[in-house]
Write a protein that binds this ligand. Structure first.
Ligand code: GAL
Length: 628
C-alpha cells in the first residue's frame, strides 16, 4: 500500500482568511490527510442546544476542495463550561477524593451517565451532519483515552457503577467475599452496596479489590468509546479510529480496538524519553534529541496488533514539545526517520502534530510544521522529503515476524495492585524483553493474551502474565514453537490469589514458583556463566530440566520440550544469551535498529553519529533501506 502523510489542524484557532493558504501549503508539502475538530465543542455548541456548524462546514470545504482528506474528531475530550455547570458531579475524582477541575481537558469521569448523554447528543449531531460527507474520510473518537491519568476516577458515579458491575460479576456478596478473601482482616461485605472504592484505606487495599476496580474502569472506557462508535456507524462507512498514547496501560486497548477499524497512536519520542522511560543518565544524554531507539517501535508493534493490522500515527512530534520535564529539539533528520520507521512497522499514515505552532494557551511552546508567524519550521522540509520519497518508493508490505511478545493489560493492573517490589512494573518488564528481541535484529509481533495460535514464530516470549486464558493454554499445548514464560507468569488465579498447586500450571511444564524475592537497584543475583537477575528472583521447584542456573546451583530457567520458564528478571547480557539459544542474533550496535518489510530492510540509526555495520554506513539520525 502507498503510505501517506498528514497533519493536525485547528481552523478555529486561526482567522478565516488564512485557511485557503494553509490548505494549499499542506498539499504543496505532499500531505494527504488533515485531522480537525477534536477539541472544538465550545465553538460547535456554544450554549446548550445552540449549534454552530457553519464554520466547520466551511473549513471542511476549504480543506477538501484543496485536495485533502479530512479526519473529523468527536470533541468529547473537552466538554465546555456549560456542560460542567449542568453536571457539576461529572468531574473525575482523584485518589485523595478531590475533583479534578475545569481549565484544561479530559475533565470527565467515564462512569458519569449524564456526561455520556451529552456525548451521545453531540456525536449524533456530528454524525448526522457529516457522516456521508464526501470529504470526511475517517473519524477519530475523543482524544487519547487515559492521557493525564484519567481512566481511574473515585467519584460517586464510579462507586455506584462499580457496585453494579460487581453484583453482575459475582451475583452474591458471599461469592465476592470468597473470591477476594475478605475473611482476612474482617473485610467481609454484607451487601454489594457496602463495597467502597479502593482509595483512602488505612493501609493498602485488598489486591483483588483494586484489580476488579481497574477491570471495571477499563470497561467504562470501552463502553464510552462504544457509545460513540454505535452512533457513528449508523451514519458513516468511513473508518473509525482512536489516537492512543505511549505507555498508557490503565485500560484494555485491545477491547477498545475491537470496536474500531484502525488503531492510531501519538508518537512523541523525545517527550517520552524525558517523561516516561526508565533509563540511566548516559542513555538519556545519548538519545536526548532522537528519543529511545525501541520505544516507538514497541508501540508501532503493539498498536498494529490493537488495530488488527491497521495502524496510523495520528500525531508525530515535529520539534520541541511543551509537556516533558525537558524539551530539546530533534536532531536534523529525526522528523524523517520517525516517519519511515513507522511506515516500516506497518503505519499507513503519519500525521505531524501540528500544522502551525499556536501563539497562545498551554501549547504555545510546542513546535509545529510552521512557526507561529507562518514561516516554515525545520520539520516541514523533512516532511516534504518523506512525501517525495514515498512517491518514488514502490509499495511496501509487511514481513512475517520471527518473534512474538504477548502483552496483557490485566497483568499490568495486577502488578500495579501488587508489585511486591518497587521496581516491578509490567510495562518495564515487557519493554526490556522487547528491547532484547530488537537488539537481535528481529521483527516482533505483539500478541493479545487470548491469542489462539503461536505457530510460525522462532520464539515467543510471555513474561509477567498473571494468569493464562483458556485460548492461550490451548495454544501452548498445541504449538511446537519455543515459548519462554516467566518471570511471574501464571502464578496467580484470576482473583490475584496464589493457586494450589502453585503456578505456573501449564500442561507439560513441571515447575512451580515456590518463593519470590524482590531486590533493590544496584543489587543482583549472579548466574552461572555470567549475567544476572535484577529486580526479581523466583525459587523454582519441579522436574523440568534446568537450562540456566544461579551461581549457587539452583535452577534459574527450566525447560520441558519447547516450553521454558524463566525464574527471574534477566539483565541485558542474560536476555541476549537466552534469545541467542533460539535465533541467530545480529548483535546490532547501540542505537542501530533494523526492520524488514516484504521487500526491504530498513536501517534506522538513532545515534547522533554515523554508524557503519556490515559494510553499510547509515548517517547520524538517518534511515535508509536496502533490498532484501
Ligand atoms: C497529545 C495530544 C495533543 C497535543 C499533543 C502535544 O497528547 O493529543 O492534543 O496536546 O499531545 O504534544
Amino acid at each position: 500500500m502507498k503510505r501517506t502523510l498528514g497533519t493536525c489542524y485547528y481552523p478555529e484557532h486561526w482567522p478565516r482568511d488564512v485557511w485557503e493558504d494553509d490548505a494549499r501549503r499542506m498539499v504543496d508539502a505532499g500531505l494527504t490527510w488533515v485531522r480537525i475538530g477534536e477539541f472544538a465543542w465550545s465553538r460547535l455548541e456554544p450554549t446548550e442546544g445552540n449549534f454552530d456548524f457553519a464554520w466547520l462546514d466551511d473549513a471542511i470545504d476549504v480543506l477538501g476542495h484543496a485536495g485533502l482528506k479530512v479526519v473529523l474528531g468527536t470533541p468529547t475530550a473537552t466538554p465546555p463550561k456549560w456542560v460542567l455547570d449542568k453536571h457539576p458531579d461529572m468531574l473525575a475524582v482523584d485518589a485523595s477524593g478531590a475533583p479534578r477541575k475545569f481549565g484544561s481537558r479530559r475533565h470527565y469521569c467515564f462512569s458519569h451517565q449524564g456526561y455520556r448523554q451529552e456525548c451521545r447528543r453531540i456525536v449524533t449531531k456530528l454524525a448526522e451532519r457529516y457522516g456521508a460527507h464526501a470529504f470526511i474520510k475517517a473519524w477519530q473518537t475523543d482524544n487519547e483515552y487515559g492521557c493525564h491519568d484519567t481512566v481511574i476516577s473515585y467519584s460517586n458515579a464510579a462507586r455506584a457503577g462499580f457496585q453494579n458491575w460487581l453484583s453482575q460479576k459475582y451475583q452474591s456478596p458471599d461469592a465476592l467475599n470468597r473470591a477476594w478473601g475478605n475473611v482476612f482482616w474482617s473485610m467481609e461485605y454484607p451487601d454489594f452496596a457496602d463495597v467502597d472504592l479502593p482509595n483512602l484505606t488505612v493501609t493498602e487495599p485488598n489486591h483483588p479489590h483494586q484489580l476488579d476496580f481497574m477491570r471495571y474502569s477499563s470497561d467504562m472506557v470501552v463502553e464510552f468509546n462504544r457509545l460513540q462508535t454505535e452512533i457513528l456507524r449508523q451514519h458513516t462507512d468511513a473508518p473509525l479510529i482512536h489516537n492512543y498514547m505511549g505507555r498508557i496501560v490503565e485500560f484494555d486497548h485491545y477491547a477498545v480496538g475491537a470496536d474500531l477499524d484502525i488503531a492510531s497512536w501519538d508518537s512523541y519520542p523525545i517527550g517520552f524519553l524525558s517523561d516516561r522511560l526508565e533509563a540511566d543518565d548516559d542513555h538519556k544524554r545519548h538519545f536526548l534529541r532522537q528519543g529511545d531507539p525501541d520505544f516507538q517501535a514497541f508501540h508501532h508493534d503493539l498498536y498494529r496488533s490493537v488495530g488488527r493490522g491497521r495502524m496510523w500515527i495520528m500525531e508525530q512530534q515535529p520539534g520541541p514539545v511543551n509537556w516533558a520535564p525537558y524539551n530539546p529539539a530533534p536532531l536534523p533528520g529525526m522528523a524523517r526517520l520517525w516517519a519511515w520507521e513507522a511506515f516500516a512497522h506497518g503505519a499507513e499514515t503519519v500525521c505531524y502534530f501540528r500544522w502551525r505552532q499556536a501563539p497562545f494557551a498551554q501549547e504555545q511552546m510546542h513546535a509545529g510544521l510552521l512557526r507561529p508567524d507562518s514561516a516554515d519550521a525545520p520539520a516541514l522540509a523533512e516532511c516534504q522529503q518523506v512525501a517525495q520519497e514515498i512517491a518514488a518508493m514502490p509499495d511496501v508490505g509487511t514481513a512475517k515476524a520471527q518473534a512474538a511478545l504477548i502483552f496483557d493489560y490485566t497483568s499490568a493492573w495486577a502488578w500495579m495492585a501488587q508489585p511486591q517490589g518497587a521496581d516491578f512494573d509490567y510495562f518495564r518488564l515487557c519493554f526490556a524483553v522487547y528491547r532484547g528481541l530488537r537488539r537481535a535484529g528481529l521483527n516482533v509481533d505483539i500478541l493479545a493474551p487470548d491469542t489462539t495460535n503461536l505457530d510460525g514464530y522462532e520464539l515467543v516470549m510471555a513474561p509477567g502474565l498473571m494468569s493464562l486464558s483458556f485460548a492461550l493454554r490451548t495454544a501452548l499445548r498445541d504449538t511446537k514453537t519455543p515459548v519462554i514464560l516467566g518471570p511471574r507468569t501464571d502464578t496467580k488465579t484470576d482473583h490475584l490469589a496464589i493457586p494450589t498447586p502453585m503456578g505456573p500450571n501449564v500442561d507439560g511444564l513441571d515447575i512451580s514458583v515456590v518463593m519470590t524475592e524482590s531486590i533493590p537497584p544496584n543489587t543482583h543475583a549472579p548466574l552461572q556463566g555470567g549475567g544476572r537477575f535484577v529486580h526479581w528472583i523466583e525459587h523454582l521447584e519441579g522436574a523440568a530440566d534446568p537450562v540456566l542456573r544461579h551461581a549457587a546451583g539452583s535452577p534459574a530457567m527450566v525447560a520441558k520440550n519447547n516450553l521454558y520458564y524463566l525464574g527471574g528478571w534477566p539483565d541485558e547480557q542474560t536476555l541476549d544469551k537466552i534469545i541467542a539459544r533460539f535465533v541467530t542474533p545480529m548483535n546490532l550496535p547501540q542505537g542501530l535498529r533494523v526492520r524488514d518489510t516484504d521487500a526491504h530492510r530498513f536501517w534506522i540509526n538513532y545515534n547522533p553519529h554515523d554508524v557503519t555495520f556490515e559494510g553499510l554506513t547509515i548517517p547520524a539520525a538517518g534511515v535508509q533501506w536496502t533490498s532484501l
